[in-house]
Write a protein that binds this ligand. Structure first.
Ligand code: SF4
Length: 385
């Protein structure tokens, strides 16, 4: 059974007010000491989760935070720790998230040498207005420069992240972001529709009426505009928020959507055993470090899914994919009765929101935009007594 490995490197130069990930500004020396702790957690978790997390590792993902704040030597040290416990599949996809302004030609070359073969660049926008609102610490020129340097260093698999749906955003501004991204010819593009998470400054400003959410119709319009522009340029819209050139789907994220087991390291990282157990590491650097030092488990929350929750989870991740649900696979996994229920439930959706054939069920682009409402309906129509 293949395995996906995830390392959460939680440090950022400064904190973006919309960000809901676990992250911190590092103290002096902390980037280095953290990597030592992380390597110890890898060793301890490898032992603890040995029953199911055997591998080989098909993908490794360094997410954050801003993993590119770490030196290539620190990334190499982490990869060595993983290699010591897992065999890597041939051609394993190894991704590092990076921000413009944290990369040099030298560091990029060193990252290639240590095994990173895919970069995910958090550009977010080329509009200086949007970058300012998002409080990003880089400019559009630095974004272009980061892509050019990555190409020069030999990276042939680049993903760019873009955000849409900010207050005051227009079709023209978003269209400009999309065109700028296309001009850099990335292999993969991920889009993020801005949300106002409760615990973030944006969430508080929104609650206090200081900023306004974009109108739902405009959000939908921007989402559809991206679909039109990117698919016309030859990108496949293969998942709700992700586009790729042929052969460049994110293998790591696909593992999440396909139900592949994954094991996460670092504070706040999540894991899934591929069946019914999910767990999350403690989201607190100090306590995480203490537990590793005392060889205690860093797992803070654990969920054992009952059959209905497992079903809902299975349904929701598969409907994120363009390929959707294969009824034959559904029948093998969940039985005939549940498959018939699902087929009938899918039939009851408005045709503009779903693609339905004898063998497959998936959501249309319009359906993806209202995915949560659709899932609520499907869950209620497919409860097993
Ligand atoms: S750089 Fe990324 S992880 Fe860090 S605060 Fe900003 S959005 Fe969050």
């Amino acid at each position: 059974m293949p395995l996906a490995l995830y390392c959460h490197l939680p440090f950022c130069r400064r904190i973006c007010p919309y960000c809901d990930f676990f992250k911190k500004v590092p103290k002096p020396g902390q980037l280095d000491s953290f990597i030592g702790i992380l390597a110890r957690e890898v060793e301890q978790s490898a032992e603890r989760e040995r029953d199911w997390a055997r591998g080989p590792a098909d993908t490794v993902y360094f997410g954050g935070g801003t993993p590119s704040l770490h030196s290539p030597e620190q990334i190499a040290q982490t990869l060595d720790a993983l290699h010591a416990h897992w065999e890597f599949a041939e051609g394993a996809e190894i991704t590092l998230e990076a921000n413009p302004g944290t990369l040099t030609l030298e560091s990029l070359r060193a990252l290639r040498v240590c095994g990173i073969n895919r970069l995910s660049l958090g550009l977010q926008s080329f509009s200086s207005r949007k970058l300012k609102i998002l409080y990003r610490d880089h400019t559009a020129d630095e974004s272009r420069e980061a892509v050019n340097l990555a190409r020069e260093a030999g990276f042939s698999n680049l993903s760019l992240d873009l955000i849409f749906g900010l207050q005051g955003e227009t079709r023209e501004e978003w269209g400009g972001d999309l065109r700028e991204a296309l001009s850099l010819n990335p292999e993969h593009i991920s889009l993020y529709n801005l949300e106002y998470h409760e615990r973030t400054p944006f969430g508080k400003w929104y609650e206090g009426g200081l900023i306004e959410e974009t109108d739902q119709d405009l959000d939908a319009d921007l989402y559809l505009l991206a679909h039109e522009v990117l698919t016309s340029a030859g990108y496949e819209h293969y998942e709700v928020s992700n586009y790729a050139k042929q052969g460049f789907h994110s293998r790591h994220n696909s593992a999440y959507w396909n139900g592949t087991p994954y094991l996460g390291f670092g504070p706040g990282a999540h894991s899934f055993d591929g069946k019914d157990r999910r767990f999350a590491n403690i989201a607190d650097i100090h306590r995480y470090q203490q537990r590793v030092e005392f060889e205690q488990s860093v797992v803070d929350k654990e969920w054992l899914y009952d059959p209905q929750t497992r079903w809902e989870d299975w349904l929701s991740v598969r409907l994120r994919r363009k390929s959707g649900i294969d009824f034959q696979e559904c029948e093998t996994t969940w039985g005939i009765a549940r498959t018939v229920q699902l087929r009938n439930a899918a039939q009851s959706l408005p045709p503009r929101l779903r693609n339905l054939s004898d063998t497959h069920f998936s959501l249309t682009v319009e359906g993806w935009f209202v995915e949560n409402e659709i899932l609520g309906k499907l869950y209620s129509l497919t409860v097993q007594s």
